[in-house]
Design a protein around this ligand. Structure first.
Ligand SMILES: [Zn+2]
Length: 177
């Protein structure tokens, strides 16, 4: 964390708070990680508020990463002009979240709206980390890329390969190859 502050030229004295957007189920009222879906299991039971208090002593907030992305888009991004929006994040996993009528959807167990990546798109398809089969996340997340396409293990590599292939196709159609 101190490295992050240093890299962004933020002094400890000017640090106003710390927010953590976590890729998993989070109880923001208790500041607790509820489920990691086998991605960051060492975070379960971690006393993150205590860690922040001990090292930086600033306000701390944590929530699901897709939910925090939705709030960011709502307040400062593509959703500024509406009180109704949904967000999908594609990365390590596939996250979803929704703001409806100006209220961030959470639900009693903090699962409402955030499990869109675990909608089954291939009945009896690939195994997912959640225990289901054929989830969207099992086909379109970073973890699902590993071992499926040679030399591609993240989206940067995937997009570069797609651009290269597209360039070849366009060049071929133009008779340049
Ligand atoms: Zn799943």
């Amino acid at each position: 964390m101190d490295g992050l502050l240093h890299a962004n030229q933020v002094s400890r004295a000017s640090l106003g708070g710390i927010g953590l957007a976590f890729a998993g189920l989070v109880d923001p009222s208790e500041q607790r990680i509820l489920s990691t879906n086998k991605k960051y299991d060492d975070a379960l039971g971690a006393d993150l508020p205590g860690w922040v208090r001990q090292h930086w002593d600033v306000p701390f907030y944590m929530d699901n990463d897709a939910r925090m992305a939705a709030v960011g888009e709502w307040k400062y991004g593509a959703g500024r002009d509406t009180d109704d929006l949904v967000v999908m994040t594609i990365g390590t996993g596939i996250g979803t979240s929704a703001i409806i009528g100006g209220r961030l959807l959470r639900g009693r167990h903090f699962q409402a709206g955030v499990l869109g990546g675990h909608i089954s798109v291939q009945y009896e398809g690939r195994d997912c980390t959640c225990g289901n089969k054929g989830c969207l996340e099992a086909y379109g997340s970073t973890w699902s890329l590993a071992g499926r396409l040679e030399g591609i293990d993240d989206f940067e590599a995937l997009f570069a390969a797609a651009e290269k292939r597209q360039g070849r196709r366009v060049a071929g159609e133009a008779g340049l190859l």
